[in-house]
Design a binder for this molecule. Sequence first.
Ligand code: PGA
Length: 252
Amino acid sequence: MRSRKKICAGNWKLNKSPSDTRAFLAEWSSVAQPAEGVEVVIFPPAYDLSVFSEKAGSIKFGPQNICFAKEGAFTGEISPDVVKSMGSTYALIGHSERRTIFGESDELIAKKIQAALAAELIPMLCIGELLEERKANKTEKVLLRQLREGLALVKEHFTGAKGIVPLVVAYEPVWAIGTGLVATPEQAEEAHAFIRAQLNELIGTDDVSILYGGSVKPDNAAGLRAKPNIDGFLVGGASLKVTDFKGILGVF
Ligand code: PGA
């Protein structure tokens, strides 16, 4: 059995200019290197990717969103092929802010996953339930729909895939994002185990890194990381400061 990658990813959202990015990367490289065997990934705003192209060092990076098309009449969009040529490894797809604020549907997300794989980017598919869905005991139903529909166009990429499966799933309960209300390790583990079982059904492998996201901080990361199905984190606010992000990396 292949071993799953451990990943500590930062989602900067709409924060940091190119000069802020240069300062972050300079500070990052001046402090001790991360624990061996953990992949560090950052998703900066698209205009900061060129700084990562030059200065990322061992950090992997990618855009927070891509277009389903690689070029053409798509005003305001981000080409998967161009961000790949800039050195991106991953593309974040289906983040809850894209779904809820910008109206992205599961159908559109499926096309973006397909476009990412066509550009040889590893899609990091974000899924997660709203608070009312959790309260109504609909968490598993929502996660299954987001997984099934998000992966609907790409099954063939995974069946019989050799080496590392080119897919990462981030479980981010929407009620935990940016709220300080982190899921308990037990709640997160329950969702991760469910997602892993469903991936086995849907794409014939459960050998996919599944990250937890939603108010991860240096002081709550260790309890989550200890759970067997939590392979790493997708960190928003606490990825903006080198000391906080390094603190989270310290629990791997
Ligand atoms: P947060 O964001 O860590 O600030 O809650 C996580 C995310 O949105 O990916």
